[in-house]
Design a protein around this ligand. Structure first.
Ligand SMILES: O=C(O)COP(=O)(O)O
Ligand SMILES: [Mg+2]
Length: 227
């Protein structure tokens, strides 16, 4: 229950735009894949407005933005994945306070999960490279043939792996996909204001809004007493 002193037992994080600022490397990979087709490059800000739904959605949005009506996305998705693999963390930065927050939540005995629309293999590699993998009890990224957020399946699989029910968990994310996924799973959500949301973060409908990761413990405390 929300009022319990150790609530939430689990905190599940989104990755891109929440724990890491990965847009520059995503932009590079996208421009490599679309540049092969002669398309004009995208800026990092343009990519921030298109990211959040997984690579196929990003590629589809990008191709439509360049005027392709019914684009064949799969070859471009494959090229993106190959290009991204070469530069997973070249310009990617952990957001301020992320490591300290993960340390604190772990020290408090909470279980930590990661639930991202980034493809699974790239997610694991990035967490290793940034020395973040050690904090998570369960990591699930996009798996081929499985629905992506906002479908609640990814998050429910994380909760099952953590052995925590929906009422004892909080999802922390930056986009509509995270909030909708959390709602569909019956999980309360916290929205960060510094990520890649296409909608103003305060309009996403999360249960709390934070403008830095260091604010999360206090936000969780307010949510706990707000049963
Ligand atoms: O890769 C994406 O499109 C978004 O990834 P995220 O779910 O970690 O924000
Ligand atoms: Mg995100």
């Amino acid at each position: 229950m929300t009022g319990e002193p150790n609530w939430p037992r689990a905190v599940v994080f989104d990755l891109d735009g929440t724990l890491i600022d990965s847009a520059p490397d995503i932009t590079h990979a996208l421009n490599t894949a679309t540049g092969k087709r002669g398309l004009a490059p995208f800026s990092v800000d343009e990519v921030k407005a298109m990211v959040g739904g997984g690579v196929p959605t990003l590629v589809e949005r990008a191709l439509i933005a360049r005027g392709l009506a019914h684009p064949d996305i799969m070859p471009v998705v494959q090229d993106f994945i190959v290009a991204y693999r070469e530069n997973l963390t070249t310009h990617t930065k952990i957001y301020p306070g992320a490591r300290e927050l993960l340390e604190q939540l772990k020290a408090e005995g909470r279980k930590l999960g990661l639930c991202t629309n980034k493809h699974h293999a790239a997610t694991l590699a990035i967490l290793q490279k940034l020395d973040l993998a050690k904090y998570f009890n369960c990591v699930i990224g996009e798996r081929e043939g499985q629905p992506r957020k906002p479908n609640p399946g990814l998050l429910l699989d994380v909760l099952t792996a953590l052995d925590v029910s929906a009422c004892c968990a909080v999802m922390v994310g930056d986009s509509e996909a995270d909030v909708e996924c959390a709602k569909a799973a019956g999980v309360r959500s916290v929205v960060v204001t510094f990520g890649y949301s296409r909608t103003a973060p305060e309009l996403l409908g999360g249960d709390a809004l934070i403008s830095s990761l260091g604010e999360l413990p206090q936000a969780l405390g307010v949510m706990r007493s707000d049963t």
